[in-house]
Design a binder for this molecule. Structure first.
Ligand SMILES: [Zn+2]
Length: 408
């Protein structure tokens, strides 16, 4: 049992965080004062002793989507607060509190909005200035640091540059290029790799109780994206939706078909996103109305309308974000299909992702050439880019479907 258990296939990252957490204890001991700098002595002394430079105040945790960035960051936060014998024991109260999100000295910011607001960042900076309540460190964990406008990031910069001695910032982004160079240069970079499929499968079995054969299939089909793999291993409808998605382009006969298929895909994404957000939206709205002393369904006096509108705007943004995520997942699946087609066309012995659709892969591979597959892969990448930059989803997907249509 340890906090590192769910950080799968990331041995180097775990080693770096462990060393940092060990070093952090030395720093705390030295800081403790009065005990004649015992900590410093350990650092300077014997060979094999803890290297205090393994710890620092600002971390940038990067890794491709689904590689487990936030899980790794949380495990590190737990190890910093841990009171067990070995940092990150996973059984002490501090470890358990951090992992369950209830530790008072680990402030976590995860957003479903497209952008983190200036107010939210100012709140975080305020949190970073406080002394720890119960723990050794005040840990500020920003899970989507890439969702910050430049102006907002600049406000954050100073706090990251000169944090109070007991504060640790942990920022997570898909890649180091997703934050401003000024932020990047002040953080120590820790990079997660795409975890091996068997490590992901093993996690699904252990953590989510998935059946081993299904877990292996899900890990492979999702290309080791942990969240997607879990989705495939635990939602019985997910395979069928994926299958329909991947086979749809093959049966398109005309531009009209392509337009309809695009509408289907966007509608399905909207429905899935709505399912994920509607219930929570209602709960939030009821809570806000209660807090304002209003009746549900009643008239909102003009003086309070701005607050209600703010919440509705936030919820709309969140729904858009959820839809973008669902569509992005669809794009990743489509990419895997045409990559498989290309693998067959080139006679490569690279493992295929979509073994369950091998008939369709073979058929498309036989009826087209590698040049066409590359063009399709490029078209999917382009569509993905457009969706991410907030283009109208229907237009982007329509244009993609037209390009994926079999040539007459
Ligand atoms: Zn512990």
């Amino acid at each position: 049992m340890s906090v590192w258990e769910d950080v799968v296939g990331q041995e180097r990252v775990v080693a770096a965080f462990r060393a940092a957490a060990e070093a952090a204890r030395v720093v705390v001991a030295a800081r403790g004062g009065g005990d004649s700098g015992a900590g410093e002595a350990i650092v300077a002394g014997e060979a094999g002793a803890v290297d205090a430079s393994a710890m620092t105040h600002a971390w940038l945790v990067t890794g491709p989507p689904g590689s487990g960035r936030s899980v790794a960051a949380r495990a590190f936060a737990a190890a910093l607060q841990c009171t067990g014998e070995v940092p990150g024991c996973g059984v002490c109260k501090a470890c358990r509190d951090v992992l369950s999100g209830s530790h008072p000295d680990v402030v976590r910011m995860a957003t479903e909005k497209l952008l983190i607001t200036m107010d939210e960042v100012k709140t975080l900076i305020g949190e970073a200035q406080r002394r720890p309540w119960t723990g050794n460190w005040r840990v500020i964990l920003v899970e989507d640091a890439d969702r910050m406008a430049e102006r907002t990031t600049n406000v954050l910069l100073k706090s990251i540059e000169e944090p109070p001695p007991q504060t640790v910032w942990i920022l997570c982004t898909p890649s180091a290029d997703d934050v401003l160079p000024t932020i990047r240069s002040r953080c120590r970079l820790v990079t997660l790799r795409v975890p091996p499929a068997d490590a992901v499968a093993e996690l699904l079995v252990r953590r989510d109780g998935a059946e081993p054969e299904l877990a292996a299939r899900a890990a492979r089909a999702s290309q080791s994206h942990i969240g997607l793999a879990r989705h495939l291993a635990t939602d019985p409808g997910a395979w069928e939706r994926r299958r329909r998605l991947l086979l749809a382009p093959i049966s398109l006969r005309s531009v009209g078909d392509a337009v309809l298929a695009a509408a289907d895909l966007v509608d399905a994404a909207e429905a899935e996103a709505a399912q994920a957000t509607t219930e929570r939206d209602a709960v939030e709205k009821a809570a806000l109305l209660r807090a304002l002393g209003l009746e549900e369904g009643g008239r909102v006096p003009p003086s309070l309308r701005a607050q209600v509108r703010q919440l509705e705007e936030d919820q709309k943004r969140r729904a858009r974000r959820a839809r973008t995520d669902v569509l992005d997942r669809a794009m990743i699946d489509l990419l895997s299909f045409y990559r498989d087609v290309l693998v067959v066309q080139l006679g490569s012995d690279v493992e295929q992702v979509n073994i369950d659709l091998s008939d369709a892969v073979t058929q498309v591979a036989a009826s087209t050439g590698p040049r066409q597959s590359l063009a399709r892969i490029a078209a999917i990448e382009e569509c993905r880019e457009r969706l991410r930059s907030n283009a109208a989803p229907l237009l982007a997907v329509e244009s993609l479907m037209v390009q994926l249509r079999p040539q007459a």
